[in-house]
Design a protein around this ligand. Structure first.
Ligand code: ATP
Ligand code: MG
Length: 393
């Protein structure tokens, strides 16, 4: 018997001729993740990947980390055994005993992709189920409401398992283009980034820092959030833009009611330039229709009109509750609620306009002659912090 991890992939199986491309991308991500573990092997079987040769005490950790790779559907720790019914039954009994599943309602779920095997799936179900009942009198078969399922897959070898850890799903990062994500320290934008990554989009994060109005701790919080996202994407460059001068200039010279819109438009312009410089085709933000004054339909339209690149806003129709649920699931929530100020909140206008008009906003910007030079400066001189998924060891 050999212990292996059986890694299923999510939507890749829907792909036609491109399938090998997606499989290679995902295999590469898994190999990169586990590479530091000595003697470990990862290979592609028929419609899934296998991992073997790892120390048993690392199994849980490997499973947890593999389940964070976008494109993975689920992982099962399995026993790989010889394709012989006696051997299968003996090991199945060993597996049930070692996982404490020797009593209760169960069913066998057999799958035979090796059609040369002498029993078909139904026959394996009956045979293996019968042998388990003989071995463990506390078991009873219940195919509709089982407490657990004993799976048996007849492929290159026979694989037996009783557990399954669900992964994030989606597509492998890097197979669906690149987006520059405006990443703040809030709850929303990290979730937006995760959701794009899950669809296979490679991210380049952009954070606007207004030191000393926003503290070093506020910046560190964004670095920490980017680190969590890198746990899903493998790598995440975080571009930290110095926004102080622009913010002060807008605060002192722009109309108060438009301040947030002017700031958001300046951010979009800078982000678009960084996106171009880093090979991104699109921008992404964590906005939701109607969440705050700067996210009314009118405000979003005016903010977005300043750039030409498409803008993706995965949370556009989410309720806050739905966003919070994802944030908790992916591990960004506790960081996001740390109380360090964001540059948008420090300079919030007293009476923000909720119905901005594009012509009026453009008029106001035309009266800010230094803005373009400041934007150009901010977009060409920024700090890059490269974050990587933490080592599995
Ligand atoms: P979040 O929780 O993502 O901060 P929010 O609901 O607080 O969102 P706003 O603060 O109005 O909304 O910001 C809207 C979007 O603008 C954010 O989702 C983010 O994409 C971007 N953004 C805001 N502030 C910053 C910043 N300091 N750096 C980078 N992006 C920012
Ligand atoms: Mg915010």
């Amino acid at each position: 018997m050999k212990q292996v991890l059986l890694v299923r992939y999510a939507e890749i199986h829907l792909k036609g001729l491109n399938r090998p491309y997606f499989e290679r991308a995902l295999l590469h991500q898994i190999q990169k993740l586990v590479a530091p573990i000595e003697h470990i092997r990862v290979w592609k079987g028929d419609g899934r990947f296998y991992i073997a040769g790892y120390p048993p005490h690392m199994e849980q950790r490997i499973m947890t980390e593999v389940c964070k790779i976008c494109g993975v559907h689920s992982v099962s720790p399995a026993w790989a055994v010889e394709k012989d019914m006696d051997c299968i039954a003996e090991n199945a009994a060993g597996l049930l005993a070692s996982s404490g599943k020797t009593a209760g309602r169960f069913k066998v779920d057999a799958r035979r992709s090796d059609k040369h095997f002498y029993l078909n799936s139904m026959q394996i179900n009956a045979e293996l189920g019968g042998r388990m009942l003989e071995k463990f009198p506390g078991l009873q078969v219940d195919i509709h409401h089982p407490d657990f399922v004993l799976s048996c897959e007849i492929r290159e070898e026979a694989y037996l398992y009783v557990d399954r850890m669900m992964a994030v799903g989606g597509m492998p990062v890097g197979t669906a283009g690149r987006a520059a994500l405006l990443l703040s320290g809030g709850i929303d934008s990290p979730v937006a980034g995760y959701m794009l990554a899950k669809r296979g989009v490679e991210l380049e994060a952009v954070y606007f820092h207004s030191f000393p109005h926003t503290s070093e701790r506020a910046k560190q919080k964004v670095v920490d959030l980017a680190q969590v996202i890198a746990g899903y994407t493998g790598r995440l460059p975080l571009n930290v833009v110095n926004f102080t001068q622009i913010q002060e200039y807008l605060y002192e010279n722009g109309p108060d009611a438009m301040l947030t819109i002017l700031m958001r438009r300046a951010m979009m312009r800078i982000a678009e330039r960084i996106a171009q410089a880093t090979g991104c085709q699109s921008l992404a933000t964590g906005e939701t229709i109607g969440q705050v004054a700067s996210q009314t339909m009118d405000a979003l339209v005016v903010t977005n009109a300043v750039v030409e690149m498409p803008i993706f806003q995965p949370l556009i129709c989410f309720d806050k509750m739905e966003t919070v649920e994802v944030a908790k699931k992916i591990g960004t929530f506790d960081l996001s609620i740390l109380p360090y100020e964001d540059c948008c909140t420090v300079f919030t206008p007293r009476h923000p306009t909720t119905k901005p008009r594009l012509d009026r906003v453009e008029e106001a910007e035309a009266k800010l002659p230094e803005l373009e030079a400041m934007i150009e400066k901010a977009a060409s001189d920024y700090e890059i912090i490269n974050l990587y998924r933490k080592s599995i060891l």
